[in-house]
Design a protein around this ligand. Structure first.
Ligand code: ADP
Ligand code: MG
Length: 262
């Protein structure tokens, strides 16, 4: 693909084209092609080890891909393209690209020595040089949005796992990302805490956030997802409208996987 026919930023938020990733001799991604439209919620499911986390890490260039192309919001991740040639971006330029992308992991990784509001303010103040008062006002709004306005001055250790994960979402949103990546955000939570995190994600989706969500929550995928991707062995085995894929899977591998998770 050349500069001229690079995907337009206005309709497609993520474009993955023939993405390959190996660790040593282990080929983890073996040619991933997919597109996420602006405002779309794409859910990604698949067995452990199929490459889901690696793919998310490639999207924000935490991992360098070995072949293929990845665009986010019209920008080629990690590279500048001139004609047929690719030039690696400097680390500061990659960091700037990454700021457009919020990421929420299975483990919340909040700073334990900082208050909840401190956690949410940290990146805007340190990275964007937002004035503290302004960053705090935004952080409090975001905490309100995830239902934790009353916990602003608490410390992460005083919160439940579900509350910590909601803080982690607020923290990611504080950088005003145009894309949010979720890697099994509810997998580490006690079952009774899963719903409150999914509810926050549902609100985000309703507000038009573009999201790629690796999850085993098929109810969420069915209700909130615009598309569902089934990965296995480093490839997209099938994808489509979630209800369609879940009720009428076309491939044996998808059928076998779904029969195990339901
Ligand atoms: P999933 O998220 O679908 O469970 P992962 O993307 O975490 O799968 O892992 C896919 C494969 O890549 C696994 O075999 C895993 O051991 C391997 N892998 C992931 N990260 C690394 C790494 N940094 N170094 C070596 N192997 C890795
Ligand atoms: Mg994973």
């Amino acid at each position: 693909m050349t500069e001229e026919n690079a995907p337009a930023a206005d309709e497609r938020m993520v474009v993955a084209e023939n993405v390959h990733k190996s660790f040593g001799r282990l080929e983890v991604l073996r040619g991933i092609d997919l597109e996420v439209r602006r405002g779309e919620v794409m859910c990604v499911v698949g067995p452990s080890g199929s490459g889901k986390s690696t793919f998310l890490r490639c999207v924000n260039h935490l991992e360098k891909i070995n072949a293929g192309r990845l665009w986010v919001n019209g920008e080629l991740m990690g590279y500048r393209q001139k004609g047929a040639k690719l030039y690696e971006l400097r680390e500061s330029e990659v960091a700037a690209q990454r700021r457009e992308i919020g990421m929420v992991f299975q483990r919340f990784n909040l700073f334990p020595h900082m208050s909840v509001v401190g956690n949410v303010m940290e990146a805007p103040v340190q990275v964007r040089r937002t004035p503290r008062a302004e960053a705090k006002a935004t952080a409090l709004e975001l905490l309100d949005r995830v239902g934790l306005a009353d916990k602003a001055e608490s410390y992460p250790g005083q919160l439940s796992g579900g509350q910590q994960q909601r803080v982690a979402i607020a923290r990611a949103l504080a950088m005003s990302p145009s894309l949010m990546l979720f890697d099994e955000p509810t997998s580490a939570l006690d079952p009774e805490l899963v719903g409150e995190v999914l509810d926050v994600m549902k609100d985000l989706a309703r507000d038009g956030m573009t999201m790629v969500v690796v999850t085993h929550e098929m109810g969420f995928a069915r209700e909130v997802g615009d598309s569902l991707v089934f990965m296995d062995g480093g490839v997209v085995v099938e994808s489509g409208e979630p209800r369609e894929v879940l009720t009428n899977p076309q491939h044996e591998r998808t059928k076998a996987f779904l029969s195990k998770v339901f």
